[in-house]
Design a protein around this ligand. Sequence first.
Ligand code: AMP
Length: 234
Amino acid sequence: MTDASAVRMALKRALIFLGPPGAGKGTQAKRMAKQLGVPHLSTGDMLRDAVTRRTEQGRLAEPIMERGDLVPDDIVLGMVEERLSRWDCDEGFIFDGFPRTIRQAEELDEILQRRGLGKPLVIQFQVSPETLVKRVAGRWTCSVGGETYNIFERPPKTPGICDNDGGKLIQRSDDQPEIVKERFAAYERQTQPLADYYRTHGVLEVVDGDAGVEEVTRALNEIVKRAEGRNGHL
Ligand code: AMP
């Protein structure tokens, strides 16, 4: 049995990737979701999609996201609850960028309990400020499939073009230096306290997010396997 299938059979839980902008959560969440066969749930992606589709939630969220602040909890929680009610979330899922406030974490605990999913497994990405700045400044995203690249660490084969589907690569408007500063500040103020919250609940693990992509993936797999051993099922 491969490592992936051993973990896949067991996943019946929420995995939460916690870390500041540029920590590598999205890259790793996409990889692990594929490996485990569970959905990758990025509230940032859900919100950007709502903005593009000009929904009511999107219209409310757009100016807040443009200045790098957090969108109100009620909007985010509504979207998450709706997404979790779909069939593909029955066997577990990976959150990237959620929860971001204590209230979101508390409400998520209740949602998970109602759905019989128990405690989440939370993995915090610890990353140096220098790496974060480089990751965000070099980030380009495919406008078609959402694949992310970094022009310093993982450039596309052809500049500006996605290797997977030939889509045009674009930079997120909130990745500009001034806005990124606000997003880091929002992280420190509102999201960093979640590490203590989850540590107190005994579900927090930490990875060295400064390491390369493959190394972080290996470390995450180890954590997931260890958690599986502790709980009987993941
Ligand atoms: P991300 O793609 O995770 O960096 O999120 C981009 C932006 O979407 C953030 O700067 C926030 O404005 C908003 N956002 C994403 N997830 C959340 C969340 N869980 N709570 C509040 N705002 C969020």
